[in-house]
Every structure is written in structure tokens, then in C-alpha cells.
Design a protein around this ligand. Sequence first.
Ligand code: NAD
Ligand code: HSO
Ligand code: ZN
Length: 430
Amino acid sequence: MQRLSTSQADFEARLKALLAFETAQDPAVDAAVAAICDDVKTRGDAAVVEYTNRFDRMSSANMAELTLSREELQAAYERLDAAVRDALEVAAERVRRYHEKQLSTSWSYEEEDGTLLGQQVTALDRVGIYVPGGKAAYPSSVLMNAMPAKVAGVGEIIMVVPTPDGEKNDLVLAAAYIAGVDKVFTAGGAQAVAALAYGTETVPQVDKITGPGNAYVAAAKRRVFGVVGIDMVAGPSEILVVCDGDTDPDWIAMDLFSQAEHDEIAQAILLAPSEAFLDQVQASIAKLLPAMPRRAIIEASLTNRGALIAVKDLDEACDIANYIAPEHLELSVAEPEAWLPKLKHAGAIFMGRFTSESLGDYCAGPNHVLPTSRTARFASPLGVYDFQKRTSLIRVSEAGAQTLGRVASLLAHGEGLTAHAKSAEMRLKD
Ligand SMILES: NC(=O)c1ccc[n+]([C@@H]2O[C@H](COP(=O)([O-])OP(=O)(O)OC[C@H]3O[C@@H](n4cnc5c(N)ncnc54)[C@H](O)[C@@H]3O)[C@@H](O)[C@H]2O)c1
Ligand SMILES: N[C@H](CO)Cc1c[nH]c[nH+]1
Ligand SMILES: [Zn+2]
């Protein structure tokens, strides 16, 4: 894991190099994904089955073998250990309650002359949710995608999830059952994204695709955008911890591991105003890492995209945090609220020493599908608003047509658009 300091002359260049890890736009990945998407568009189910067999080491004969019914989801739910099932229910309920606050409603207002202006909010008809499953199974991601869609009132939710070696995860299926997912296909990667976007004999075409995934999933979502909507391109997980030096270094080391264990190219960075504290965290990492079951992934991630960075003070840490615009920002400091006004760019901010990022991953309530790769500069967490859309409403009264007609006519003539002008003028009384 790199040790950096903002006092180094080449710090900026080193930080940029650390952040410039963008495999989602790797030309080789893009080329492979383009071929897969075109093939699925042309050959439908047959291509989805072939790619799924190849990449997930399966031997399905047809799409029916990759289709799960609500009954199978229910059976998985019933097989769960009662304590685990309760935990899933608690998480689902907390996620639902949080997202209900995000629900937008239609509005309108009437002007003095009787003209009405407003906005009608409607839910999407059919969405596809991508649940990653290559290196780990993510029941929590089922909830984080499906619950806001449900709260928004989406008509139909189609889920895709890879099941490498054909191993289905009961927690994933049970989460789909709890969240009210309508159909599940056990396929992942670019082929599943393409199937949702273009539709196949078996997979219904959706209006929007949401959910995180690896570089192949990200490239496929970029590619099909326009045919369908997408939420964002959420890539490998990231954590940035800002610590004042007074948190148990073991806690901080484990928080860094928690995101590093997702992927060899996950990002884990610590900013602290004390070299001595960074030494302690480094020692904790060395002590705790050997016992971690996903040690190889964590080690690779910390080597590829990990750093312990010494800063001058917490003010400087906030400036760097804004530049990094991380998916998750842990503020492990005495008074986290005091620093909030300085922080603009992060997918989610975890405030205080007891708020481990992992609580947000599962059950705090806010969504864990968050902008990565510095896109928190302009993007927001997945939410109910991603499953709703807005339509403008305009009802002009006869009186309103007189005042607005004159304005529109002048502007239309200014643009040289005579039909526009006449259309407004014809409604003028004199
Ligand atoms: N931001 C979030 O909310 C969030 C949540 C959970 C996971 N994640 C991230 O999602 C990612 C999940 O990645 P994953 O790999 O575990 O699962 P995944 O489901 O995204 O990808 C697995 C699929 O990738 C495809 N694939 C693999 N190798 C391929 C190849 N050589 N050519 C073509 N296709 C290939 C296969 O079809 C396979 O089914 C991780 O980076 C993790 O950090 C993010
Ligand atoms: N940290 C991931 C988002 O980057 C979400 C997750 C799911 N399970 C565990 N973690
Ligand atoms: Zn996580």
C-alpha cells in the first residue's frame, strides 16, 4: 500500500496516477462488449445462453433453464435460517422507509388568467435491475435496486444476476422475493444487459437498467444507453476515510478492507494529519490481513488502488476528499458535523467513529448504489427519483393565449419560424 504525503513535491501527480484507474473504458473490454451486445441483439436467447455458459462455466440448454419463477424465490426465502431471514426483512424495511422520503409527487399552479402550469410525475413501466454476482453474491444490492423501484410504483421489475458454476444464492433469491421482483434471469455480464436493453424471445425489453457491476457490465450499460435509460455507471467500490487520528487503527484498517475485498481494483484510501497514526494503521493492516478469507483480493486492491496519505490538517483532507469525490467517505473524527459544510463531492458520507461504511452497505437505509470513479462530482445515489419521470403540463386559458400569444409571435418571427408565429397569432382575438 502506497504511503503519500501532501508535502511531497509530486503529490498531485501521484494522486492523479492513483485515481486514473479506469478499466471500464478499456478498449479491449469495449470491443468484447460491443461484439456480445450485437450478438444478443441479433440472436437473442441463444446468444445469452452461450455467453452465460462460457463466462459463468455453466451448461444450460436454453433460456428456460436461466429463468426463475416467483415460486422458486419463495422457496429460497423459506429455506433461510430464521435469524438471517429476519435480518433481511429488517434491512428491507429500513431501506423502504428511507426511500419513501424521496417520492416526488405531481404539482401544478394556476395563474391569475386561469392558465395552469405543472408537472406530472409517473413511474417507469418496466425496469431491469442488474445484481452483480461474479466474485460475490449481493442480496443487499437486490434490495437497494428493487426497493426504490417498488416505492416509485414501477409496473414490472426484471432482475438479472449471474450464478457462476450454476450456484444460486438463496439470500439473493429471498431478497428478490421480499422486494417483490417479478422475474429473475440467472445471467450476468454484457449479455444480460443487452438482453434487457434489446429484449429477446424470453427476456422482456425494459425501459431502464439500474445497478452496479464490473467493467463488462459498465461498458454494456454505456453502450445501450439511449435505447434504454441507465442510472449511472457504478463501478468498483471505493472508500475514503478521513481520520483525525483518534479512532482505533484496527477499525480503520478493517473499514479499508471492507471495500477492498469487493474487487482487485476497488479503491481504499486513508487521509490523516499524523504520520504516527498512519504507521499504526499500516501495522494494523499487516496484523489483520493474513486472517482475511478474501486476502488475495484485498491485497491486490490495496496494491493497485490503496494509499495512506498524510495531510497537513483536516481542512486539507476535506479539499482532497472533494477532489477524489469518493463513492463512500468516512468521517472518523470527533465532530463530523463541523466538516460537512466543506464537503461537496461524495456518494455518501458516514459520520463519526461508530458509523462504519459497512452499515450503509446493508441496512442503515440509504442506497448503496453510488457514483464511483469521481462521478460524485455530478451524480447522486440511486433513488426513487431514478424510477420516476416527469412530464410538463400546460393548459393555457383564452386570456392567457392573448398575452402569451403576443410574446411567442414576436420570438417566433425572430427565429424566422412563421408557422410557429401564426399558430400563436390565430388564437389572438384582435
Ligand atoms: N457500487 C455498488 O453499489 C456496488 C455494489 C456491489 C458490487 N459492486 C461492484 O460490482 C463489481 C461486481 O463485479 P463481479 O465481477 O463480482 O460481478 P458482475 O456480476 O459485475 O460480473 C460478472 C460477469 O462478468 C462477465 N465477465 C467476466 N469475465 C468476462 C470476460 N472475460 N469477458 C466477458 N464477460 C466477462 C460474466 O458474464 C460474468 O457473469 C465489483 O467491482 C464490486 O466492487 C458495486
Ligand atoms: N460497498 C458496495 C458498494 O460499493 C455495496 C455492498 C454490497 N454488499 C457489500 N457491500
Ligand atoms: Zn461493500
